[in-house]
Design a protein. Structure first.
Length: 81
């Protein structure tokens, strides 16, 4: 595998993966590819267009690349009122 990143899971992602944090070894080159890979692994029910993604505490585009050691968070829709 090419890179190892840390993925933090919150809300629905924590429920569906059963994890709050995971070290992921991957050959993916974009955040979208990483999400798709983890979605297949954990059975995530949300699609990319429903989410935001952050890398190292900054929102970024799904087409963004990432490096070993980066910290990734997938952010589901937030309900509120």
């Amino acid at each position: 595998m090419g890179k190892t990143v840390v993925v933090n899971y919150f809300a629905l992602f924590r429920e569906q993966s059963g994890l709050s944090r995971e070290n992921c070894a991957t050959d993916c080159s974009t955040l979208a590819e990483l999400y798709e890979e983890l979605s297949r692994k954990h059975g995530f029910s949300l699609r990319l267009k429903e989410l935001r993604v952050a890398k190292n505490d900054e929102f970024c585009a799904w087409e963004s690349s990432f490096n070993s050691g980066d910290e990734i968070v997938f952010i589901p829709p937030v309900a509120g009122g």
